[in-house]
Design a protein around this ligand. Structure first.
Ligand SMILES: [Zn+2]
Length: 147
């Protein structure tokens, strides 16, 4: 039912699923997000347990908000990865086009609002100027990226 979102995601899935699979599975309530700013393009990938995704329709949703960089989201792409033993990961990928990328000073993870059983996200942010690794909770979804 999600085939239209899976198109073109094989590379993303191969890159992002490997670390999760290597760990032997996942913890329900916990996601892993990688955010990378390259020029004016912000690429966001989130891997979360399917148990926390349920039957959510990701169309029209945003993984995060980045108003300081005037970043506008493209459509979410989605990939389903079976881990066996009744568990699966969902990979959500979303690209943002930023009109003011050098002003990007913070992001706020919006996904907590529409995937409510998700409580924690291990975030990695990378740009030419900054590198941030931190655990983000649903109670404090905002992340400062530096000056
Ligand atoms: Zn599971």
């Amino acid at each position: 039912m999600h085939t239209k979102f899976a198109q073109g995601l094989s590379l993303v899935g191969a890159l992002l699923s490997a670390p999760v699979l290597a760990g032997g599975g996942h913890h329900h309530g916990e996601g892993h997000m990688q955010v990378a700013l390259d020029g004016a393009v912000l690429d966001v990938n989130l891997v979360l347990p399917k148990a926390d995704f349920g039957t959510i329709d990701p169309r029209g949703r945003q993984l995060l908000a980045a108003p300081s960089g005037q970043c506008v989201a493209r459509a979410i792409q989605m990939l389903d990865t079976d881990l066996g033993d009744g568990h699966a990961d969902i990979t959500l990928a979303q690209t943002y086009d930023c009109a003011a990328p050098t002003s990007l000073s913070s992001i706020e993870l919006s996904v907590f609002a529409w995937a409510p059983s998700l409580q924690e996200i291990e975030l990695t942010y990378l740009s030419a100027r900054h590198q941030v690794s931190q655990t983000v909770s649903d109670e404090q979804p905002a992340v400062l990226l530096g000056d």
